[in-house]
Design a protein around this ligand. Sequence first.
Ligand code: CMP
Length: 145
Amino acid sequence: KLVSKSPDNWTLRDLLRRVAYFEGCSDLELRQLIEYGYRQLFPNGQVVCQENEPGDSFYIILTGSVEVFSQKAEKYIATLHQGEFFGEMSLLMGTPRSATVRTLEDSILFVVDRHDLQKLLVDHRELADQIAQKLSERQQALRDL
Ligand code: CMP
């Protein structure tokens, strides 16, 4: 076959459709969503968020997986997969990155910069609720490390 079916060649809209929060989105909503962010391929082993550094972006995993690690506690925290998000804590709390996030394989991430996240959250209440809930769970987990 001449045309590769690798996810690298899927359209951003196809990739976002696979994310549970956006399953019910109309084509119009997906087009709006796409304007708030961009797709970026991170190779295996790349640090996406560095603990203690300021955070400027929020990420949704379109393909692949990442590991969340606390350098301060020297502890593994979590593995996140396709459809999950990270990087919300520093953006919403105004704090430095709470942990280091690194890809576990080549991964395509949907990247949303700080000022666009606010707009995205107004448009996508379901995602906003999910983020708020995860944020408090993750804060608790970090305190319990
Ligand atoms: P942020 O602090 O911006 O950067 C590091 C990210 O790691 C953080 O946002 C969360 O998205 C993620 N993270 C922190 N703690 C946890 C946890 N307990 N479980 C899953 N993800 C986490």
